[in-house]
Design a protein around this ligand. Structure first.
Ligand code: PBG
Length: 324
């Protein structure tokens, strides 16, 4: 006779629920919001079905819906009207993200406002920093990233999330925030951010594709795993409060390694390409969207992510409510 029968614990939903190891929770979601200049704009983004560009005056309904679904954190991405070599709109006190932060805090001051700190949407060349010849100048870029982060916090951001992958940016930003009295503002570092094709739909959405070349001299090689641990280590030593692995689905092994090695909160970014592929397959009737999304998000948590940035956030929150 067989003694060990794992199927005993799969017999019915009650038993399965009792022994379930990973529970997806709406508290873990961060929902991305794209803001644009102008008025009366709520326009679906072609590359990201059911995700919209919002002008500031259209944010109220969206924020209230997000809150009513139980999501408590958003991450902002801005599309400026003006681009130049040093991304000056990114640190303008009246820049698009700065205005959106103030508006969201006016709508509801409890919502946690996180900002993506980067230059690629704001530079005319589309790279994530200041160019010197054909190369992004690391240390010159740090000055700008610090200015951008400070301007977001001045506008009321609760947390900044640098996504540029320059060396030393966490230290530079931490120093500037502390010097300005913002010792309690946290930093979520895009620590292991890979040079990935999965960002394609985002670059259309944010109009941020590099005008020439690629991002391989600053974002990580998808073939590397030890290097992810070195990046996380550096960011933590520079003062990061939360670290991130990005993208998520093709990098679950990296999430697991980081989780096994460090005890800090770990974010996974379920990126635009992952989202767009699911939407396209669902649209074609090839997959069950709800099941695929909940399974994928659960796998990110199972791999070790504590929080998840996801465009599926609102749908997943709705579906999780239905399950209860
Ligand atoms: C900005 C930034 C990018 C993403 C988040 N912040 C694009 C990039 O690095 O090219 C991608 C997010 C996504 O694909 O959902 N640097």
């Amino acid at each position: 006779m067989l003694i060990n029968r794992p199927r005993r614990l799969r017999k019915n939903a009650a038993i399965r629920n009792l022994i379930r190891e990973t529970i997806l929770n709406v508290n873990d979601f961060i929902y991305p919001i794209f803001v644009v200049e102008g008025q009366g704009i709520k326009k679906e983004i072609e590359s990201l079905p059911n995700i919209h560009h919002f002008s500031i005056d259209q944010l109220k309904d969206e924020i209230e819906e997000i809150i009513s679904l139980g999501i408590k954190a958003v991450i902002l991405f801005g599309l400026p009207n003006h681009k130049d070599a040093c991304g000056s709109s990114a640190y303008d006190e009246d820049g698009i993200v700065q205005k959106a932060i103030r508006e969201i805090k006016k709508i509801n001051k409890e919502v946690l406002v996180i900002t993506d700190v980067c230059m690629c949407q704001y530079t005319d060349h589309g790279h994530c920093g200041i160019m010197k010849d054909d190369y992004v100048d690391n240390d010159e870029t740090l000055k700008y990233l610090s200015k951008i982060a400070l301007s977001h916090v001045n506008a009321g951001a609760d947390m900044v999330a640098p996504s540029d992958m320059m060396d030393g940016r966490i230290k530079a930003i931490r120093n500037v925030l502390d010097e300005n009295g913002y010792t309690d503002i946290s930093i979520m570092a895009y620590s292991a951010k890979y040079a990935s094709a999965f960002y394609g739909p985002f670059r259309v959405a944010a109009n941020s594709a590099p005008g020439f070349g690629d991002r391989k001299t600053y974002q990580m090689d998808p073939a590397n795993s030890d290097e992810a641990l070195r990046e996380v280590e550096l960011d933590l030593s520079e003062g990061a409060d939360i670290v991130m692995v990005k993208p998520a689905l093709a990098y679950l092994d990296i999430i697991r390694r980081v989780k096994d090695t460090y005890t800090v909160p770990l974010a996974a970014y379920n990126v635009s390409g992952e989202y767009a592929m699911v939407k396209a397959a669902a649209e074609k009737g090839l997959i069950d969207e709800k099941k695929i999304v909940l399974e994928s998000l659960t796998s990110m948590k199972r791999a070790g992510a504590d929080l998840i940035i996801t465009y599926h956030g609102k749908d997943a929150a709705r579906w999780l409510k239905e399950e209860i």
